[in-house]
Design a protein around this ligand. Structure first.
Ligand code: TRP
Length: 328
């Protein structure tokens, strides 16, 4: 029996932090033996927000290096850059003509993002979900791993695919969301009320995969806890709960073992142990990232090969769609 096809997309904006890793990339790495994976760096989605061209190019390469350093294995999976395959925007156009304004207008992410970027509410930002639907549908994906915030976009992709298949003839597989579980929701170290985010500018908010050991130590030392002293998994004590969750995920120890380990110990001891676990985890990734950065052509070649691998799948779907619609 052939493996299910999984399509994952990630935007090349800024550095990857522990929240991105534990929330998404870690799952991607682990999925590689279970499914047939296609990983896409969605740079065309990134330009719905104003980008500096050189930075965007650099961020795209940086993200490829990060994903490879984290364990995306091109022997098992495909990794490519969205803008290398022209069928993405081309299919998005045809989907556009089959999505009603009313349905597109209900997308909550558009509302959020246009509030945050009130100076640049462009048509691409509105259209974002059609391009995302094209990403997924071109590859006949069975599953799409996303956070809960992206569920509405997957729903739209499913609806347009169902409608297209019904109106014109079968062109698309209907994808299912693979919702990443909440336990991997990592919160800001300095403010555990909010999700760890690269757009929060305060210096002790997020641990990035490329942070130095000193930076990691500083951020963990300053991380918000509370005035209790026992180190247990209590969801109501958000600060220490978040730190314990990071420890749990990186050390792979069970919650009860961790609670025993820190029985009668203080926050200082726990934070020291957490630093060690985080540094041990990050060091090989950081080293491999730097090695890849020094071999830029090697990485660019990987991305080129990745695009060549997936191109025939995208082309086959797009050609069929064109014919069904009467454009060919
Ligand atoms: N919208 C996704 C996000 O912001 C990124 C994305 C674009 C994506 N195309 C995709 C995710 C296709 C999954 C499948 O996280």
């Amino acid at each position: 029996m052939s493996k299910k096809i999984v399509f994952s997309g990630i935007q090349p904006t800024g550095n990857i932090h522990l929240g991105n890793y534990l929330g998404a990339i870690k799952n991607w790495v682990e999925m590689q033996d279970l499914y047939e994976n296609i990983f896409c760096i969605v740079n065309s989605h990134a330009i719905t927000i104003k980008q500096n061209p050189n930075e965007l190019r650099q961020n795209t390469l940086n993200l490829a290096c990060t994903l490879l350093a984290c364990g995306i294995d091109i022997e098992k999976s495909s990794l490519f850059v969205q803008s290398d395959i022209d069928e993405h925007p081309a299919l998005a156009w045809i989907l556009d003509c089959n999505i009603q304004m009313g349905d597109m207008s209900r997308m909550t992410q558009f509302k959020d993002k246009s509030q945050k970027n009130s100076k640049n509410i462009n048509v691409g930002l509105f259209n974002y979900p059609a391009l995302m639907a094209a990403d997924i549908l071109l590859y006949q994906a069975d599953l799409v791993p996303v956070g809960a915030d992206q569920k509405q976009h997957i729903e739209l992709a499913r609806n347009v695919a169902i409608k297209f298949n019904r109106d014109y003839g079968k062109a698309f597989k209907i994808p299912e969301p693979l919702i990443i579980k909440e336990s991997a929701r990592i919160m800001g170290l300095d403010n555990p009320q909010i999700k760890m985010s690269k757009s929060v500018k305060s210096p002790n908010h997020a641990i990035f995969l490329l942070d130095s050991n000193d930076e990691i130590e500083r951020k963990i030392k300053r991380a918000t806890t509370d005035s209790s002293s026992n180190i247990i998994f209590d969801e109501n004590r958000v600060g220490i709960y978040n730190l314990l969750s990071i420890y749990e995920l990186l050390s792979k120890k069970s919650r009860s073992d961790i609670e025993v380990e820190f029985e009668n110990k203080g926050y200082g001891d726990f934070k020291k142990a957490l630093c060690e676990v985080v540094i041990n985890f990050i060091t090989p990734i950081r080293d491999e990232y730097l090695r890849l950065q020094n071999n830029k052509d090697y990485v660019l070649n990987i991305l080129k090969d990745g695009a060549e691998q997936v191109k025939p799948i995208a082309k086959a779907t797009y050609d069929r769609v064109k014919e069904l619609v009467g454009l060919q």
